[in-house]
Write a protein that binds this ligand. Sequence first.
Ligand code: MSP
Length: 507
Amino acid sequence: MKKFFITTAIDYANGSPHLGHAYEKVLSDVVARFRRLMGDEVWFLTGVDEHGQKVQQSARAKGVEPQEFVDGIAGLFRELCTTLEISNDDFIRTTEERHKRVVRDTLQRLYDKGEIYKAEYKGYYSTRQEQFLQEKDRSPDGSWPDIFGEVVEITEANYFFKLRAYQDWLVEHIRSNENFILPRYRAKQVLEFLSEPLNDLCISRPKERLEWGIPLPFDADFVTYVWFDALLNYYSAVAERGDAWPADYHVIGKDILVPPHAVYWPIMLKAAGIEPPRSLLVHGWWSINGARMSKSTGNFVDPIPFATQYGPDALRYFLIREMSVGQDSDFSLQQFLARYNAELANNLGNLVNRTLNMTNRFSGGVVPERVVDEEPEHELRGLWEKTRVEAIRLAEEFQFHIALERTFAFVTATNAYIEKRAPWKLGKSTDARDAALLRTSIATMAEALRLGVTLLAPVMPGTHARVLALLGVEATGTWREQLEWGSSVTGASVGQTAILFPKPTSA
Ligand code: MSP
């Protein structure tokens, strides 16, 4: 059976992880966990992009060899995945032999087919930045900005990949596969780009300018252009598996849609005779405090210590709740703490506390049976049925932020139900009907809590596990079965009071 294959972009190994990297991993992880719970066999890939000019420069600046440099950075990205509880099945590094082999084989195959040719390339070259410049790099007055240093016009031999030959095929492919680019409105930007004739793609760099890359198999004086190398990670990681390709989703940021993922990548595959991926899922960008994130100005959030301080689920929740997939969003500590306090600590945390406290106080720590079924119970159950169906539909449409909103509305309604039944008052009464209502209200809040955290499992896996353990129940059966209102918590022995989301001290 083909696995449901989902990937993130592979992050440049020229600096440490930031919030944007964290978001992309969490978003992909939420999709991966959701699909697994829905019954798919998932294969989830992430990794790092380790070759190219930027990495070579960063390593030189530190005075270390590129390999030593990327080994350190790769370790940080792995740590990011562990800290955020990312459920990836594989982690690829483009310096691994399994990857380099596929890059060499693909290049050789394309070269043998006549898809790659050698030609002279003429252009303006910045020796300081070690890069070719384009017309758009000029200042408004036509001069070259100072950051480029001396700019000279040079002619250089290089290898080119015949992109243009596949332009019509690509336009047709995008038009006839409406799920190829998601959200769909992003396809417009790609088709606009394709309305102009494509240039063939320069896929080599002379070794004398750039050493840190994969040598071309047919000319050892050149290394492979980093994007041609990096894109192939998606295929090289599963080339030997046979049960994963084509990718179902490549999750990427909006900056790398055009041209790499929407133009180079499908054409590379088409030319090599490999099936294209099914969908590119394109997300927006995070700013911080309304401005572009930047380590040098200090407008930066290091996701590893942040998730360690507030808990991985709190950061995962915020990132998914605050951003509508495809749109941009802003991160601020103030907004994070507002959601943390109101939604996690007060709303969900309160429900957990009340459930444990009431069960311990009035029922000897054992969840009782529901014996009454009246308007308040009906209402809550009715809301659950709606919430469950809608949350799944929304998740299938990547509207996770709304799915979370609905799920938390159910948590709010459960707290309101508790206020209405007021078990603390019922517990003082000696009346038989009050005793029945007390048992019912405790059983109902426990079941509602179990259901709520089960629905939150893709976004908050740690909270889900912790609350089930506190309720003394295990998740059995399919996820859909677990999401059915029932009585599986009756008879369970609950834990003592626990604070899931402690009030932050730094607020
Ligand atoms: N190495 C390339 C991708 C190669 S994929 C074959 C690259 N790396 S990156 O480190 O610059 O970016 C990795 C991912 O993080 C990209 O999808 C990018 O869009 C995403 N983000 C980088 N900054 C971001 C934000 N500020 N906000 C959200 N995502 C951002 O591009």
